[in-house]
Design a protein around this ligand. Sequence first.
Ligand SMILES: NC(=O)C1=CN([C@@H]2O[C@H](COP(=O)(O)OP(=O)(O)OC[C@H]3O[C@@H](n4cnc5c(N)ncnc54)[C@H](OP(=O)(O)O)[C@@H]3O)[C@@H](O)[C@H]2O)C=CC1
Ligand SMILES: O=C(O)C1=N[C@H](C(=O)O)C[C@H](O)C1
Length: 267
Amino acid sequence: MINVLVNGAAGRMGREVLKTIWNADDTELMAAVDPQAAGEDAGVLMGIGSIGMEVKSDLTSALESARPDVMVDFTTPGTVYGNTMIALERRVRPVVGTTGFNPEEIQRIKDTSTKFRTGCIVAPNFAIGALLMMRFAAEACKYFPNVEIIELHHDQKLDAPSGTAVKTAELITGMRGEFKQGSPLEVEKIPGARGGEFEGGIRIHSVRLPGFVAHQEVLFGGLGQTLSIRHDSISRESFMPGVLLAVRRVMGLEEAVYGLENIIFER
Ligand SMILES: NC(=O)C1=CN([C@@H]2O[C@H](COP(=O)(O)OP(=O)(O)OC[C@H]3O[C@@H](n4cnc5c(N)ncnc54)[C@H](OP(=O)(O)O)[C@@H]3O)[C@@H](O)[C@H]2O)C=CC1
Ligand SMILES: O=C(O)C1=N[C@H](C(=O)O)C[C@H](O)C1
């Protein structure tokens, strides 16, 4: 059995993760943490009635009393780095879906994970379709180096651009190398009209509207043709097989991995 603590348990993702961990044969739900729902029963968050497990408000004390093998974190961009470090310092393996890290934070997590020989998976997207979309985009940029990314999410999302869009841009930049797209003479008549520039002219456009869950289109332009690669998560269930896979695979790691593509795709 893999003993799991779910952090951010009352959130949109946290509630799905609680159900997934509760229902899997090889995982045991040890604790649920979320200041928003402190004192409530974790079963109520899952919609199955009382299971006799009170949601805790403080991660540190919950880790120390529950002593889980794995912490799954779907919290907020402002708290996730601290949460991950708190878990690693207690030799609890983090599986982190929360987005909004900067590259320096990712590096410090990698260093800490290696130092404590405690596995960690940070994955901006757990949906297999999204991972394929990123992989296909990285492949396509060899032939279509001019690319822009449009990501579309629900209007309660805190970070922009999405972690998936950043990861996609990183993979594309890594593959296409030195390249600068777009015109240096371009003028933006309304600031922001051309989206945010990642590197080398790759623009990321973030749409936030009710009705969306998580969607991304990677657009390539070439001589007399365009190519679009699109993925849509129409429900948060789409992320759950990936979360469960990560919970299982992190048990065998002694370092941090950034991106589930490094776990599921053959090299
Ligand atoms: N990797 C992936 O595949 C996916 C990643 N995500 C990412 O996951 C994150 C969460 O998304 P979502 O579930 O929609 O967000 P929600 O806002 O619905 O959930 C986050 C929950 O965490 C709680 N919270 C805030 N601070 C803490 C803390 N310090 N400790 C414990 N809980 C805390 C929040 O409470 P309060 O509301 O009071 O702040 C809230 O209940 C986002 O960064 C999102 O981008 C989302 C989907 C898929
Ligand atoms: O906030 C969300 O909902 C999502 N966040 C992740 C991201 O920022 O990429 C993953 C997915 O897009 C859903």
